[in-house]
Write a protein that binds this ligand. Structure first.
Ligand SMILES: [Zn+2]
Length: 130
């Protein structure tokens, strides 16, 4: 279970619509499984099928979270025209077994959260909107 404030879900949605048809991406900061803030990131791939972070922005994001006594608890990205589920590419690139992977489907207007274990099993994490 991950708890996410309603305003953060709205910001993810806005970001995804703004960057459409490119995939939007970013981080949620927080503590344990509660999200406190959102960091919008640049998708350096500028693609509608995958995303990459800018290493400089990633460093800034880690610093920002630490300065608030938080950590990066989730990575989010949008799927412009496909459902909110982990693609083969998403699973392949998911090498952090602790972090939550949030996907927002612009097409379906749905948001889902997943974790990927070390054997690449995808586990859906229920989202509690707070
Ligand atoms: Zn994806």
């Amino acid at each position: 279970m991950i708890s996410i404030p309603k305003q953060i879900i709205e910001k993810i949605t806005e970001h995804a619509i703004q960057d459409y048809p490119t995939e939007a991406c970013g981080y949620l900061t927080g503590k344990d499984d509660v999200a406190f803030d959102i960091i919008k990131m640049t998708n350096t791939d500028k693609s509608n099928e995958h995303f990459s972070f800018d290493p400089k922005e990633q460093f800034q994001a880690v610093k920002y979270a630490r300065s608030r006594g938080e950590s990066l608890i989730a990575v989010y990205h949008s799927h412009p025209n496909t459902p909110a589920r982990m693609s083969q590419e998403d699973i392949r690139l998911a090498n952090d077994t602790e972090i939550n992977y949030i996907i927002f489907s612009v097409r379906d207007n749905t948001v889902k959260c997943f974790k990927v274990d070390k054997n690449k099993n995808v586990i859906e994490v229920p989202i509690r909107v707070i």
